[in-house]
Design a protein around this ligand. Structure first.
Ligand SMILES: [Zn+2]
Ligand SMILES: [Zn+2]
Length: 394
């Protein structure tokens, strides 16, 4: 089954809309103009909308026939706090803000699908078009779920999609099970006793304790968790001290922990706490330990992943649906998959050849100031959304 003709024909108009979004990026929970534009488009196509979940969230409610079955399709709308290097016509007009993760493209692909589904209505049931704010660290998906997304709009399953640079255009990637990691932050303050650096016996030096702690944490990865379980502990900030002749009073360690399961996360957090507390008491220091769990792991449900894979295979051919190699990046769609069955996939964004003249010198990778979404994906991503909804609501 090739791409849907109508979507190919309508793609230039949707691409223009995508470029307009790219030129006007808005940060997490500030997607006011973007949400207005989404709401206006859906309304123009006769799709009833609900606004206000997680602040700027928009849900389109597209119903046809009598079936109680329903599917959710989700796109994220927010941009990043980053100065764009591109200088082409649709480059960001807002200093320090940029669509460097392609959420402008995600919004455009779902809008393209919405227009087609509204015009053709070749399904029996309800398609919920979910436009969420604040994927980039704000937990917009979590807020939408907490504010009643799935109670207000009961659906059987929910699906998400992210563009993926480096993969060859024309491919999708999808796997059952964990595909993105849990994302967590820690902050540890080692409180010693400041003294003259020439008389260390007068104080309790937090620096050697911090050094031992950084190294000891890596033994959790190498000695405590099972070797086949994935997990990362990265201490990324070490702060302490003000002069060469002063033993500082305290040292602060901060960093991130990533895992593909809650069990491994529980183990790592517990061991970190134990190591931090006991190392500090061994050296007569005090320990303050903070651990914040941001995003859970993104875990695809096997049946829904297989359903989506079959739809993709019809669109691009089975040989172009490749295994989704799990990445230690995180994704707040995880919160939706904790509440509902569903699957999250990648759509190939290519290696950057699509970028217009005037793109920055950097690579076309996510969160890079020279990135741009590939508009060739609009009919492909939209075809997948349409065929997925039509197949689910046959
Ligand atoms: Zn991102
Ligand atoms: Zn993203």
């Amino acid at each position: 089954m090739p791409l849907i003709d109508t979507l190919v024909q309508q793609a230039p108009r949707i691409a223009a809309l995508r470029r307009d979004l790219h030129a006007h990026p808005e940060l997490s929970f500030q997607e006011v103009r973007t949400a207005d534009l989404v709401a206006q488009q859906l309304t123009e196509w006769g799709i009833p909308i609900h606004r206000g979940l997680a602040g700027t969230g928009v849900v389109g409610i597209l119903q046809n026939g009598n079936s109680k079955r329903a599917i959710g399709l989700r796109a994220d709308m927010d941009a990043l706090p980053l100065q764009e290097f591109n200088t082409f016509a649709h480059a960001s007009q807002y200093p320090g803000k940029m669509h460097a993760c392609g959420h402008d493209g995600h919004t455009a692909m779902l809008l393209a699908a919405a227009q087609y589904l509204a015009e053709h209505r070749n399904f029996d049931g309800t398609v919920y078009l979910i436009f969420q704010p604040a994927e980039e660290g704000g937990g917009g998906a979590r807020d939408m779920v907490q504010e009643g997304l799935f109670e207000r709009f009961p659906m059987d399953a929910v699906f998400g999609m992210h563009n993926w640079p480096g993969m060859q255009v024309g491919q999708f990637a999808l796997s059952p099970g964990p595909v993105m990691a849990s994302s967590n932050e820690f902050k540890i303050t080692i409180r010693g006793k400041g003294s003259h650096a020439a008389m260390p016996q007068m104080g309790v030096d937090p620096v050697p304790i911090a050094c031992q702690m950084v190294l000891a944490f890596q033994t959790i990865i190498s000695r405590n968790k099972k070797p086949i379980d994935a997990g990362v502990v990265s201490v990324t900030m070490v702060h302490g001290g003000s002069a060469t002749n002063i033993v500082p009073d305290s040292v602060e360690l901060q960093g991130t922990v990533r895992t593909f399961s809650i069990e491994v996360l529980d183990l790592i957090e517990a061991r970190m706490r134990q190591i931090a507390d006991n190392l500090c008491s061994a050296f007569d220091a005090r320990c303050e330990f903070e651990f914040v769990r941001n995003y859970p792991p993104t875990i695809n449900h096997p049946a829904e992943a297989e359903f989506a894979r079959r739809v993709m295979a019809e669109v691009v051919g089975a040989e172009n649906v490749i295994a989704q190699e799990p990445t230690m990046g995180a994704e707040d769609f995880a919160f939706m998959l904790l509440a509902k069955p569903g699957a999250y996939c990648f759509i190939a964004n290519g290696d950057g050849d699509h970028r217009a003249i005037g793109h920055g010198a950097g690579p076309c990778t996510l969160h890079n100031p020279s990135y741009d979404f590939n508009d060739d994906l609009i009919p492909m991503g939209a075809t997948y959304w349409v065929r997925l909804a039509e197949a689910w609501l046959k």
